[in-house]
Design a protein around this ligand. Structure first.
Ligand code: ADP
Ligand code: MG
Length: 207
């Protein structure tokens, strides 16, 4: 189960991870974008971390929603509104919940992915964060449906996201800045799919 304390711990660990991987993410974005993905996320999660004292008396849904709103308002670029929407939608799916387990997590994750698709007008296969997140969602659904606990299921989701990320090297970007490069985006892994994998890894490690 993920409660208020655990959720805050996870968000703190996400902020740390993003800060630690800032240069790597920025380097990836330099290759096929404008070189700000790491900077964008580090700024956003640092702002979330600053808000965390006010999360102490909030339920999981409210924490996620506030996180999303903070990301939207502090992160420039495409990834801010997209990750922000994802956290806000996840928060709405967990509205009023003091703690969440596997079933609720899956509903929140699915709402987040649907939110990204809607906001980004995007689908899997366009070399974006969705190419890590959609396989992860399928793996979560399958593992939880088969009776796995959340930690186990997240382990499968991480594996699936990793495969999806590797696959982004073999496809041409048709959404986001990288799409301006057309075929020249081949051979490069997508920065957003990379950060999505990192965030999932943090979640799994924290449970
Ligand atoms: P920007 O592209 O505005 O500089 P970032 O560099 O922070 O923003 O984020 C780039 C990442 O955002 C990409 O690697 C990709 O994964 C993701 N992205 C961009 N556009 C979309 C979209 N329409 N749908 C889903 N993800 C997208
Ligand atoms: Mg960028």
């Amino acid at each position: 189960m993920i409660d208020n304390k655990k959720m805050c711990e996870i968000l703190g660990a996400m902020a740390e991870k993003v800060q630690e991987q800032k240069d790597f993410l920025t380097e990836l974005d330099n290759e096929i974008g404008d070189g700000d993905h790491g900077i964008n996320l580090a700024r956003g999660f640092a702002a979330v971390k600053e808000k965390m004292p006010s999360f102490a008396d909030k339920d999981v849904g409210a924490i996620l929603k506030e996180t999303g709103m903070t990301l939207v308002s502090t992160v420039g670029g495409a990834s801010g509104p997209l990750y922000g929407t994802a956290f806000m939608k996840a928060g709405m799916a967990c509205k009023g919940m003091a703690e969440i387990g596997g079933k609720e997590f899956l509903a929140a994750f699915s709402a987040a992915v649907a939110g990204i698709k809607q906001r980004g007008k995007s689908e899997e296969g366009e070399k974006t964060m969705l190419d890590a997140l959609c396989p992860a969602e399928r793996a979560l659904t399958e593992a939880l449906g088969g009776g796995a606990d959340l930690k186990e299921a997240l382990g499968k989701a991480v594996d699936a996201a990793e495969e999806g990320l590797v696959h982004t090297k073999d496809i041409i970007a048709t959404k986001g800045r990288a799409s301006y490069l057309g075929e020249r985006s081949l051979g490069h892994q997508d920065p957003g799919a990379t950060s999505s994998l990192l965030l999932l890894q943090v979640f799994e490690a924290a449970l």
